[in-house]
Each structure stands twice: as C-alpha cells, then as structure tokens.
Design a protein around this ligand. Structure first.
Ligand code: RP5
Length: 169
C-alpha cells in the first residue's frame, strides 16, 4: 500500500533524542504512513533540549496528538520524562546503542517506577515497527476504517510467510 503524505493534523507524535535515532524511528514512520495515520517526527532530547521536550509533551494533547512514540538510546530518559508531562499513551523504543547493544536503553525505558507508565517495545527496528503497530491498534479502537486497514496489513503479513524454507541466495 503506497500512501501519499497526509495533510491532516498528526495523531501520533514520533520523538527521539537525537538525529542518530532517526534510522530506527523511520521504521515506525514508514508503517504509520502505510496505514495512512497522520504523524509528525521531532528531535526532543531530554538532556540537550529539555525545554523543547517539556513544551512538546505539555501541548501534545491540545494539539490533537493521541499517542506518542519516543525513541532514545543510552541513559534513555526521554520516554519517561515525556510521560511525566503528558497522560497520553507513551510507547518507548530502546535504540540499539554501540556500547551496550541497547540493553542500557531497554532497562532505562522499561524500569519506570509505578505511577508513570511507558509501554516499552523491543530494542531497535523491531521495536520501532511494533510501536507503530501498537499505536495503530490504540487508534483503531475508535476508528473502524483504520481497524480494517490494520487487519488487512496483518493478513498480508500472514500471507507472505512461506511454508517451506529456501536456501539463502
Ligand atoms: C540519546 O543519546 C539519543 O537518544 C541517542 O540514542 C544517544 C546518542 O546520541 P548522539 O550522541 O548520537 O546524538 O540522547
């Protein structure tokens, strides 16, 4: 499904700690585009641009966002800080760091103390893709047309799985 960029107001906000996170988060953006979900992407570092992150999170709901996907690596406090400033669902994507292969990012994001939740996905591109699918599933609870598109995408995925393995080329 090839969908042109949407002109509607974004429903999903994709935020990341650094430009270097974009190759991972782009996987989420591509899937959201495929599902025709209006979204935006911004760099809002928790430590380098804390005021930008705070403004983004605090105005997210009033701007019409319904879900935030937050990707960060290393001491990855971005998703948790974002969730502290908004009650919108925040889905955290641990970026695969060089030093610790993303284990630092994963533990920083997943171990939120009780009271401020961050829904944590897998490390790297798989997590970014699943964050987009989870955001779609959340939005689909009140959007039957999107629910149909999501069902179709999953059916296509099922269809694409071969029965017999083939040798690598
Ligand atoms: C975090 O530090 C970012 O989320 C990124 O994953 C990591 C490294 O950032 P750069 O040094 O590549 O800008 O804030």
């Amino acid at each position: 499904m090839d969908t042109p960029p949407s002109t509607q107001s974004p429903l999903v906000g994709l935020i990341m700690g650094s430009q270097s996170d974009w190759p991972t988060l782009k996987h989420a953006s591509d899937l959201l585009t495929q599902l025709a979900i209006p979204h935006e992407a911004r760099i809002t570092s928790a430590h380098r641009t804390p005021d930008r992150l705070r403004d983004y999170a605090m105005t997210a709901r009033s701007r019409g966002l319904r879900v935030i996907i937050a990707g960060a690596g290393g001491a990855a406090h971005l998703p948790g800080m974002c969730a502290a400033w908004t009650a919108l669902p925040v889905l955290g994507v641990p970026i695969e760091s060089h030093a610790l292969k993303g284990m630092d990012s994963l533990l920083s994001i997943v171990q939120m103390p009780a009271g401020i939740p961050v829904g944590t996905l897998a490390i790297g591109p798989a997590g970014a893709k699943n964050a987009a699918l989870l955001a779609a599933a959340i939005l689909a609870t009140t959007d039957p047309a999107l629910a149909t598109r999501l069902d179709r995408l999953r059916a296509d995925q099922t269809q694409a799985v071969g029965l017999v393995p083939t040798d690598p080329t």
